[in-house]
Design a protein around this ligand. Structure first.
Ligand SMILES: NC(=O)c1ccc[n+]([C@@H]2O[C@H](COP(=O)([O-])OP(=O)(O)OC[C@H]3O[C@@H](n4cnc5c(N)ncnc54)[C@H](OP(=O)(O)O)[C@@H]3O)[C@@H](O)[C@H]2O)c1
Length: 238
């Protein structure tokens, strides 16, 4: 069950949850390879993660680029995917094109990444995908995210059967303070964080490090597969 000296690929490992996941695997003794679209983010992440982290520029929606990426990476043990863009908006007026773009990223990106990674993942290894609490408890305007997150969780249950003995699981985070919200102005973001925190049983929104532990657990526990691990501060009960 040790992660010592394991090779771990984190797609989306240059920011937010993925960056914290990468640091957590390094702390567990793994060799981490991070990938995302922006060369600047990849370079910055490598120095933040430290150790001898490797970084690659790749868009996980691009199957040809993924094939080249995994060929360069070679054999490895654990795959984590935290990349993915969603979309929010009222169902009647949200354009289909925006919904399809979100599916192309968060659902299809994860789907094609797993397929491209398969020839290189060790049979004793694992795959951990990312959904989100809106899959189980969507607020108004989150029907697309509810659908995508549920689809990712269903996909992982199917893949756990199809790809065994490789284990396949999902982390479903609640609200986490990450750069995903950097498009909002400071006041609105802090207001949203305060409002959500007040509704949660734990009375705070998550730091990325609180979520990262779930990915480390799922990679290391050799009896866990087909599972969605919800880390949402009690959002499902409050
Ligand atoms: N933060 C939350 O409150 C929250 C809650 C529930 C679920 N989630 C889910 O958790 C996951 C991570 O979110 P986060 O908050 O950590 O976001 P984040 O800080 O924005 O990080 C997203 C990462 O994914 C990469 N990425 C995005 N699109 C990509 C693409 N097409 N190809 C390759 N890499 C790509 C980004 O780097 P580049 O820009 O360089 O590509 C970045 O490294 C997402 O699936 C999100 O939906 C987040």
């Amino acid at each position: 069950m040790t992660l010592q000296d394991k090779r771990v690929v984190v797609i989306g490992g240059t920011s937010g949850i993925g960056l914290a996941v990468s640091k957590a695997f390094v702390e567990a003794g793994s060799h981490v390879l991070v990938a995302s679209r922006s060369a600047d983010k990849v370079e910055a992440a490598k120095s933040k993660i430290g150790s001898d982290a490797e970084g690659y520029v790749v868009d996980f929606r691009d199957e040809a680029a993924l094939a080249v990426f995994f060929q360069s990476v070679g054999p490895f043990h654990h795959l984590v995917v935290t990349a993915g863009d969603g979309v929010m908006g009222p169902f009647p007026s949200l354009p289909d094109s925006a919904v399809r773009t979100a599916f192309d990223s968060k659902f299809w990106g994860q789907y094609v990444t797993v397929r491209a990674a398969l020839p290189f993942i060790d049979a004793s290894g694992s795959i951990t995908l990312t959904s989100g609490v809106y899959g189980a408890r969507p607020p108004k305007g989150a029907s697309t995210l509810a659908a995508i997150n549920s689809a990712v969780e269903g996909l992982a249950r199917g893949l756990a059967c199809d790809l065994a003995p490789i284990r396949v699981n999902v982390v479903s985070p609640g609200l986490v303070d990450t750069p995903i919200y950097s498009g909002m102005d400071d006041e609105s973001r802090q207001g949203m964080f305060r409002a959500v925190a007040a509704q949660l049983l734990v009375q705070h929104i998550a730091k990325p490090e609180e979520i990262a532990q779930a990915y480390v657990y799922l990679a290391s526990n050799t009896f866990t597969t087909g599972t969605t691990l919800s880390i949402e501060g009690g959002a499902l009960l409050s």
